[in-house]
Design a protein around this ligand. Structure first.
Ligand code: 26W
Length: 826
């Protein structure tokens, strides 16, 4: 037998035979890793060692498929999708990998032979938390979905040494602690020192004569190295694997020996520290301007490295760069990689000698851009001065692009001065700033929003004038979530139940989940469905008991709001409603109140004062309500610290009610809303983001919509309607606000929440007073519904059945068809 054997699908691997997937083989391979990669015997191995060894053994199987997929993509010449994202909020990978490979039972049995429990092993893996929230998690879902659909995809991002901070609550307040996911090594990544690129900063631009034509030469004052770390991403049933390539920064000279030898031991390492700082930590800002220089360095660093890598590969397989757009589609995940537009122009024109117009065509045909937020404070702009100092050549290029666009708008479209100012890449009103949204827009062939409403609002607001100039450029691509992680893996009980009812086919063709709909009328099915939910609620209750010593009754409604803490997401509205309910329970012991548990989790940006106050308030309210005997356990409030992907995997399947209550017009899409509903939670929500499409797919009797609509919000804001009238007209709201403001929940600091409450009474910018009444009424409607369990469960089943459209596979299919013009390579 040859040492190199051919796999059934044609791959040559070093294994002498095709891999076997039985528990014996897996046990043997895991122990081999334990022995030779970790250097431990089965007796000496700690659980951590088993986790690492299991990951390595599983990884070998992924690598087999990875090599095959890469070869197929190369040989077929299929178009590749490069997804540039500053964030990938992946979470744990072991369970995902084992499940997608279909090896869950075999691995469980293999470890079981050594008395090791797979479930415990999985818990030891740290979350890869290289993202803040929705945008980063969407990127992770998209990577999994591209792999599952066989779309040749490449994720490009940053290998942050420290991911999203760990949240602890100390004396009621959020405290941010460093996160150290790489502390025990990362079995999934493969470092590629040979795959590294120089990234420049600062310096000067000169022109040289190039056969009679001027050519710009950028001489950066500072250079760092971007080194690739690859993680294979395996799709469903292990049929295809893609690459997530994350860049780490290194100094060109690891140590300045001259300095070291002359005794300056600290100075000898300065350069390397400065370089490595670029990828040291994820900015914890979400929808909040993070305008520091290091952030711009991070953005340029990963954009340039990714583009250099894309060009290198293209030139290895093609004669020149003119056909780049036929071979790669580059998706800009928000504006964070928008500097790529200028950088690709620089690489094409200055480095590869393409003429400007040809380069501009290639650039626009290659890029597309997704916008994820309309919040003005989250739209990235950079001071021209800073940009010029850090990226002088890219700044020149931005000016040149701007001149070209403005000239076109003037001459061909007769744009007014005001309209020109609106489309300009330079904002002249705020001390001259580069607008990254505008840059991404003009440099892309397609720009998309992430839900129907959001896309329409993009056309009317931020990109009003650019949309007028390029009316065919904006498209909608409503977000989706991967059903593998958010149903199959996180809710195996429900997955098995669905399989029993409609067969296994939905796992490969998720649209078939719709066949579950008729089981909503089947009483015995509904009971089994409710029993699964009940087990999931017990699991969450156990977690809360262990972590917070608060006991929850799994028979109460679990009413859950988990997401980043932000004023527009209106956790405050939810807390005010809890306070109002608390006061009503105390005032009316004669009423048959429906028992309810309100669960919150989420992180606040470290500098976001109001968001931190909301966390503090949730804790304060929780303490008072939970310990008040007059409440008789009819209401509990819980804030679970350190929300992350792994916690979400336990929380989503355990919800009865999903809170999606943003001020209408402000949540671009939401994706938690989809995960909850897929797992059978009933949504209480505003007509915002993808809630609108959920309403269409679920039917209005299966979702609980309340409150002002986006145009009504805009109109009230324009009229300057404040909260005074609404507060005075609503005794429940008024009393709840008075209690919060007067220190009922914060006797140690009675004035703590004065400003939070005053903002509602005065400006009511987030429409809390305006929407309170409708919110309260809808909550009571849900209370009443809970007493008719057959009806509740029927709606719950229909939610699961009708959420198939919100699979990321549908979303990725649309991107591939309408934007990337790319398909499976197989
Ligand atoms: C200041 C830097 C910054 C600005 C904006 C960092 C991060 C952002 C993101 C765009 C915020 C974000 O995550 N947006 C969310 O994207 C999700 C995926 O499309 C949507 O579902 C959410 O509605 C949207 O808030």
């Amino acid at each position: 037998m040859s040492a190199i054997a051919k796999m059934p699908n044609g791959t040559r691997t070093l294994k002498s035979e095709p891999r076997r997937n039985d528990a014996d083989t897996l046990a043997q391979e895991i122990v081999e890793k334990l022995t030779y990669a970790i250097g431990k015997t089965t007796d000496a191995a700690r659980l951590h060692d088993w986790e690492y060894a299991t990951a390595l053994a599983v990884r070998d199987r992924i690598i087999d498929q990875w090599l095959t997929s890469n070869r197929q993509t190369r040989e077929s010449g299929a178009k590749r999708v490069c997804y540039l994202s500053m964030e990938f909020l992946i979470g744990r990978l072991l369970r995902d990998a084992i499940s997608n490979l279909g090896l869950t039972e075999q691995v469980r049995e293999a470890l079981g032979r050594y008395g090791v429990e797979l479930d415990l092993v999985e818990l030891l893996e740290p979350d890869a938390a290289l993202g803040n929230g929705g945008l980063g998690r969407l990127a992770a879902c998209f990577m999994e979905s591209m792999a599952s659909l066989g779309v040749p995809g490449f994720g490009y991002g940053i290998r942050y040494e420290h991911g999203f901070f760990r949240q602890e609550i100390v004396d009621g307040a959020q405290v941010e602690l460093p996160e150290t996911w790489l502390q025990h090594g990362n079995p999934w990544e493969i470092e590629r020192q040979e795959r590294s690129f120089e990234i420049g900063f600062g310096g000067k631009v000169t022109t040289v004569d190039d056969n009679g034509k001027p050519r710009f030469v950028w001489r950066p004052a500072e250079r760092v190295l971007a080194v690739a770390y690859d993680t294979p991403v395996i799709g469903w049933r292990g049929a295809h694997a893609n690459t997530l390539r994350l860049w780490g920064a290194q100094a060109l000279d690891p140590i300045l020996l001259d300095a070291f030898n002359s005794g300056d031991h600290v100075g000898a390492l300065l350069e390397s520290n400065r370089a490595e700082a670029i990828t040291r930590v994820l900015y914890p800002a979400d929808s909040h301007q993070a305008g520091q220089e290091l952030r711009l360095r991070q953005e340029y660093f990963f954009s340039s490295a990714s583009l250099q890598d894309i060009i290198r590969r293209h030139l290895a397989l093609n004669d020149d760069l003119t056909n780049l757009a036929d071979k790669v589609a580059i998706q800009l995940n928000d504006t964070h990689p928008a500097v790529s537009v200028a950088e690709l122009m620089r690489l094409l024109v200055d480095v590869h000698g393409m003429d400007w117009d040809a380069a501009w065509t290639v650039t626009r045909e290659t890029f597309s851009y997704t916008n994820h937020t309309l919040l003005p404070e989250a739209l990235e702009t950079w001071p021209v001065q800073l940009f010029e100092r850090l990226l002088p050549r890219q700044m020149q290029i931005i000016y040149a692009i701007n001149a070209q666009i403005i000239q076109g708008a003037r001459s061909e479209r007769d744009f007014s001065g005001e309209e020109i100012a609106a489309i300009s890449l330079i904002d002249e009103n705020n001390g001259r700033r580069v607008r990254m949204g505008q840059l991404a827009f003009v440099g892309s062939h397609t720009v998309n929003g992430v839900s129907g409403l959001h896309t329409e609002l993009m056309k009317e607001t931020v990109f009003h004038d650019l949309h007028k100039l390029y009316p065919d450029r904006i498209q909608n691509k409503t977000n989706g979530v991967t059903p593998r992680r958010w149903l199959f893996q996180s809710n195996p009980g429900l997955t098995d139940l669905v399989s029993d009812a409609i067969g296994e086919g939905f796992k490969d063709d998720f649209n078939r989940l719709g066949e579950l709909d008729r089981f909503a009328e089947d009483a015995s099915f509904r009971e089994r469905f409710a029993a699964v939910k009940r087990v999931n609620k017990e699991r969450l209750a156990t977690l809360v008991e262990e972590r917070l010593a608060i006991s929850l009754d799994p028979d109460a409604i679990f009413d859950i709001q988990v997401k980043r803490i932000h004023e527009y997401k209106r956790q405050f509205l939810n807390i005010i409603e809890a306070v109002a309910l608390y006061e009503q329970i105390r005032a009316h012991p004669e009423i048959d109140w429906t028992p309810r548990v309100k669960i919150f989790a989420g992180k606040a940006a470290p500098s976001y004062v109001q968001a931190k106050q909301i966390i503090h308030l949730a804790g304060d309210v929780s303490r008072v309500i939970n310990s008040d005997p007059a409440v008789r356990n009819l209401l509990k409030v819980v804030f679970v610290p350190n929300y992350n992907v792994s916690l979400a995997e336990i929380i989503m399947p355990a919800a009865d009610i999903s809170e999606q209550i943003s001020t209408a017009g402000l949540e671009a899409s939401g994706t938690g809303n989809m995960k909850f509903a897929l797992n059978g939670a009933l949504t209480i929500g505003t007509l915002d983001g993808a809630n609108v499409e959920m309403l269409e797919h679920l039917g209005e009797e299966n979702i609980f919509i309340f409150g002002l609509k986006a145009d009504e919000v805009a109109e009230r804001r324009a009229r300057g309607v404040g909260g005074q009238e609404a507060v005075s007209e609503q005794p429940l709201l008024r009393s709840a606000l008075d209690s919060i403001a007067s220190g009922v929940f914060s006797p140690d600091a009675p004035g703590r929440y004065a400003s939070l409450v005053d903002a509602v009474r005065d400006r009511d910018w987030w429409m809390i007073a305006a929407d309170f009444r409708a919110y309260w009424d809808t909550q009571r409607q849900l209370d009443a519904l809970w007493t008719d369990r057959a009806r509740w469960d029927e709606i719950s089943v229909r939610n699961t059945a009708r959420m198939a459209w919100f699979s990321a596979d549908r979303t990725i299919g649309e991107y591939a068809r309408d934007i990337w013009r790319a398909g499976p390579s197989r």
